[in-house]
Write a protein that binds this ligand. Structure first.
Ligand code: TRP
Length: 331
């Protein structure tokens, strides 16, 4: 049986955090056995905001090490730096000629970014078309993403369908299905239970990074925002207590148990007691990953090999796809 392909990617900005681990990498790790898997470090997306060149390059290597430390097996799955495969940008141009300006201006991520940023460049606007190119280039069937990316994925589907229709080439581009997993908690900022934990949040205290040491982890959890009540007795209370919900969610996700079980374990207890347990659990789960990251980062040759290998395999798929695409559209 031919395996279906999954594809996902993360922007190399900031530091990978437990939000990325629990919301993406842990899930990728579990899926890679059942699917052809492609995991991208999307550096071309990252340059829609200002980057320090040397930092960007280092972060691409470090993200690769972090993917592997989280369990992505580079012999089984392809780990690819987006800019190593020029066909992403080539396909993007073609797809952008099939995408209406009106569609892009309705993207909520664009709308919120362009409200907050000073540098509103054309790349920020066409960002979802590049994402569509990432996905359609490799004929990905399934794309595991957070709910914030669902609209971009819908756009990828629309672009694929429009291409096939316009050029009378049924199934040449495969409309991908989103995979928004519900049993993985959406991890929120440690400083604000209503805001997503983000690797690019300026506040270090808002997140646990995958390379944080034991002291940092204990300190950040100690300082995490809570309310003044003891831990909730039941799930109904969570709706009005976002910080409690988030911390209980982190505990449950890391320990692979339902939030209900976690509530039963800690109901009525004080936050200080729960936070001790939570910090120990985070250390237990994250320390092996952070020491693996350190070890991998010392072996630059290995990381280079992984990336060269990924780029070579990607190029095979991508160049065949672009060759056929050019035939279809008359280039
Ligand atoms: N846009 C995604 C994000 O900001 C990252 C991304 C780029 C992506 N290309 C992708 C995700 C392809 C899934 C598939 O999170």
């Amino acid at each position: 049986m031919i395996k279906k392909t999954i594809l996902s990617g993360i922007q190399p900005s900031g530091n990978l955090c437990i939000g990325n681990y629990l919301g993406a990498l842990k899930q990728w790790n579990q899926m890679q056995n059942d699917y052809e898997s492609i995991f991208l470090v999307v550096d071309l997306h990252a340059i829609t905001t200002n980057q320090v060149p040397a930092d960007l390059r280092n972060r691409c290597l470090s993200f690769t090490a972090q993917y592997i430390a989280c369990g992505i097996n580079p012999e089984q799955s392809k780990i690819i730096i987006q800019s190593h495969v020029p066909q992403h940008a080539e396909l993007m141009w073609v797809l952008s000629c099939l995408t209406y300006q009106g569609e892009l201006s309705r993207m909520t991520q664009y709308k919120s970014k362009s409200k907050n940023l000073k540098n509103i460049n054309a790349g920020l606007f066409t960002y979802p078309v590049l994402m569509a190119a990432d996905i359609l280039l490799y004929q990905a069937d399934l794309v595991p993403v957070g709910s914030d990316q669902k609209q971009h994925l819908e756009l990828s589907r629309d672009i694929a369908n429009k291409f096939n229709l316009d050029f009378n080439s049924k199934n040449f581009l495969i409309a991908p299905e989103p995979l928004i997993q519900k049993n993985f908690a959406r991890i929120m900022s440690l400083k604000d239970g209503n805001k997503k934990m983000s690797k690019s949040d300026p506040s270090e205290l808002s997140r646990i990074n995958l390379n944080d040491n034991v002291d940092e982890i204990f300190n950040k959890i100690k300082k995490a925002k809570t309310d003044t009540q003891p831990l909730p007795e039941n799930e109904n209370e969570l709706a009005s207590r976002p910080e409690a919900e988030n911390l209980l969610g982190i505990y449950s996700s890391l320990n692979d148990q339902s939030i209900k079980n976690t509530i039963n374990e800690f109901s009525g207890k004080n936050f200080s007691e729960f936070k001790e347990k939570l910090a120990s659990l985070v250390v237990d789960k994250i320390s092996p990953i952070s020491s693996e990251i350190k070890k991998l980062l010392k072996d630059e040759k290995f990381i280079d090999e992984v990336l060269n290998n990924g780029a070579q395999k990607a190029d095979k798929i991508a160049s065949a796809k672009i060759k056929n695409l050019k035939k279809i559209i008359g280039l």
